[in-house]
Design a binder for this molecule. Structure first.
Ligand SMILES: [Zn+2]
Length: 216
């Protein structure tokens, strides 16, 4: 794939984002969180563009050529590759929040199982876990952290509408699950986004384990 950049974007800037996404994707793939070419990752490049994974690639074997430039409406810029199928869920976050710099979406077993278990309630409520503090804006285990579970659909505008409805209701949102599917989270940069993803994975795993022990 060849990526042509607009004059306003320096190659060093785009390549830096692409390399960061590649490194992160390999790390997440090594943990088994991106099975069967699933999952997608992106980083903001400037006010109107993001770098995102090309659709359908093995996330453990990505190179710089597997990352492409899009505008914030999901259109490919300077490339004839196809961006991730769920690009609309990334661009929605960049459009809503100018401070969002990175978005990670994975399909770990824990995320997938938890999404099924809590789908009927429509959310998971964490309270009393020290690791809630790894989520931006949470500085104590005593607070309540709510992660919604939205119904899965292959029709992306429906999912975009679910996220918009949650946010338009004024509720805080640091990540969400999609039923039987996986998780989305985001942050100012890749380090913050990765920290939140790890924390959410850990919290979901703890909730699942607790339920197993209580019912056995
Ligand atoms: Zn997905």
């Amino acid at each position: 794939m060849s990526q042509t950049l607009p004059d306003t974007i320096a190659a060093s800037v785009f390549n830096g984002r692409a390399d960061c996404i590649v490194r992160t994707a390999r790390e997440l793939a090594a943990r088994g969180w991106t099975p069967a070419t699933s999952s997608n990752f992106s980083m903001r490049v400037d006010a109107g563009h993001a770098a995102i994974t090309v659709s359908g690639r093995d996330k453990g074997k990505l190179g710089r050529d597997d990352i492409m430039l899009i505008d914030l409406h999901g259109n490919a810029i300077g490339s004839d590759a196809r961006p991730s199928a769920e690009t609309a869920l990334h661009t929605q976050l960049y459009r809503r929040w100018p401070a969002v710099g990175a978005v990670l979406h994975t399909h770990s077993r824990t995320q997938s199982v938890a999404s099924r278990l809590f789908a009927a309630e429509g959310l998971i409520r964490f309270q009393g876990w020290e690791l809630q503090k790894a989520i931006s804006g949470h500085d104590t285990h005593e607070g309540v952290l709510e992660i919604p579970v939205f119904p899965n659909t292959q029709h992306l505008p429906e999912l975009v509408a679910c996220v918009d409805a949650w946010l338009d209701a004024g509720k805080p949102l640091h990540g969400y699950l999609i039923d039987g599917h996986g998780i989305y989270t985001w942050g100012h940069d890749m380090a913050e986004t990765m920290r939140q993803l790890e924390a959410l994975e850990f919290l979901l795993d703890c909730e699942l384990e607790l339920r197993k022990l209580r019912t056995s």
